[in-house]
Design a binder for this molecule. Structure first.
Ligand code: GLU
Length: 486
């Protein structure tokens, strides 16, 4: 069997869509699984859509997640160039050859004529399709127009009768009536090819097999196959991948900030977690295991596990998975990643950030939640006295007031303010009062934090705040209680 060679062929739009990343990943995995080659091809022939820096986004993202290509624009290879805009002469040559083989023709229709046809189609509510006006021009007419320098496009000459079929690995046999296929443009008047031509020429010349791409190309694949046939080229195997949706029938949208890899990465999702989750969008590993490194995927991935129904991107599942990835980081690594978020939270100078990291490490699902999680260490939130009332701890306003007063008394005398000493002092007090731990610790924690849910308990929070701020907050708590008791 020939070497497996797959390609990821993004158009540089400025961002890498989650569905695109998944195509890249599966394409990469199919190559790796078969000891084949994974190519990167930049499909930039639509110059209207050109976005500055967009190819860098593609390179950087693939590099970041570890999908290293074996051939591509930046590293070269035996079948370059790998950027379509640099392959213009190749497309022209093959487009002309296709005319000779009766698979294409020159079309000199003016924009005005086509616009009118389009307008007429809209009026009669019918689908616009090219009417084949230039399909039957005589050789003389063609020569004359070419010599006169008239602008032209090259269109595919699709047979008007019969059917075209092909096999897709996922979708099975696809058959279409040729009379439903349009004489689509292959080469535009600026000499740039359309996807219709470029994908065939490039996949053939770059020896791509199988062709792996989104299912939006499924219905036009018969047209591409007709081109392969005109040239007498072998048709590749096809694997068309189902789309990734937000929910059934709804696309992920750039505007909602949930369409691109970057949207998630910038929010503090780990690249490995995103890649792991994306792997599961439309592919089932066949067992219960859901956690895979890229290396593991290279071993276990199998196209048999691909599904043809649209995959639903469940952001809550990604959150959960990301939290698991975060838990698996070493504390040092987590700390390093959390630092920019502490900075954003503007925590007081000198606060023990490493201690905060150890407290929030196990409960952070997405890094960008960190500023909110730690904001209370910067500014005491405004809160109501009812936070002191906790059934399970048996606290109410009266006993909270009483116990907080006693805690303040002993804490006032603490000179060496650290968790060990605080622990000692508070537990001595608990023993002396003969009460349940929570009866004392609950009001202390609420007063210190000003909120119900906190990373760490009373002692850790007091330790982080330092004596001055901690005592200030405990007194505020006491005031809130006393006001409520009046
Ligand atoms: N360039 C196409 C796109 O970005 C992908 C084409 C392909 O995978 O064949 O939609």
């Amino acid at each position: 069997m020939n070497e497996v060679r797959t390609r990821f062929a993004p158009s540089p739009t400025g961002y890498l869509h989650i569905g695109g990343l998944r195509t890249a990943l599966y394409t990469y995995l199919i190559a790796k699984k078969n000891n084949g080659k994974f190519l990167l091809r930049i499909e930039d022939t639509d110059q209207d859509r050109f976005v500055e820096g967009a190819t860098d986004v593609i390179y950087n993202t693939l590099k970041l997640v570890g999908l290293q290509h074996d051939e591509g624009p930046d590293i070269g290879g035996p079948y370059g160039p790998y950027t379509q805009s640099e392959r213009k002469p190749i497309y022209l040559k093959y487009a002309k050859e296709l005319i000779e083989k009766d698979g294409a023709y020159y079309c000199f229709c003016t924009k005005e004529r086509l616009d009118k046809m389009r307008a007429d189609a809209t009026e009669t509510k019918s689908d616009f399709g090219y009417d084949g006006h230039c399909r039957h021009l005589s050789q003389e007419e063609i020569e004359e127009k070419l010599n006169a320098g008239l602008p032209y496009v090259i269109r595919q000459k699709v047979p008007k009768t019969g059917t075209t079929s092909f096999e897709d690995e996922l979708f099975g046999t696809i058959t279409v009536d040729n009379n439903t296929l349009e004489d689509g443009i292959l080469l535009k008047s600026d000499g740039m090819p359309t996807y219709n031509l470029a994908n065939v020429i490039d996949d053939h010349l770059m020896k791509i097999n199988p062709v792996v791409r989104g299912s939006e190309y499924l219905s036009s694949t018969p047209r591409y196959n007709l081109i392969y046939e005109s040239f007498g080229w072998e048709i590749p195997q096809y694997i068309h991948l189902s789309p990734v949706m937000k929910e059934p029938g709804k696309k992920l949208s750039k505007r909602d900030g949930d369409a691109s890899f970057d949207d998630f990465y910038k929010k503090g999702y780990l690249k490995d977690a995103i890649l792991n989750y994306v792997a599961l969008l439309g592919w089932s590993p066949g067992g219960d295991e859901e956690f895979f490194t890229l290396e593991e995927l290279e071993k276990v991935f199998d196209t048999k596990g691909l599904s043809k129904s649209p995959a639903v991107f469940d952001v809550n599942k990604l959150r959960w998975m990301n939290g698991e990835y975060i838990k698996n980081l070493s504390l040092d690594k987590f700390h390093e990643m959390a630092l920019p978020y502490y900075k954003e939270a503007e925590l007081p100078e000198g606060m023990n950030l490493k201690r905060i990291s150890s407290l929030i490490h196990g409960r952070t699902e997405v890094l960008n939640e960190i500023p909110d999680m730690v904001a209370f260490l910067n500014v005491l939130p405004e809160y109501e006295s009812d936070l002191f009332i906790h059934k399970k701890s048996k606290t109410n306003l009266e006993n909270s007031y009483e116990n907080l007063t006693k805690a303040i008394e002993v804490l006032n005398d603490v000179e060496d303010w650290n968790e060990d000493t605080l622990h000692q002092v508070l537990f001595d007090l608990i023993a002396q009062l003969g009460v349940k731990n929570s009866l004392l610790l609950w009001p202390v924690r609420i007063a210190a934090a000003g909120k119900l849910v906190t990373p760490g308990g009373a002692i850790e929070i007091l330790g982080l705040l330092g004596k001055d701020e901690a005592m200030r907050r405990l007194h505020i708590g006491l005031e809130i209680l006393s006001d409520a008791l009046e």
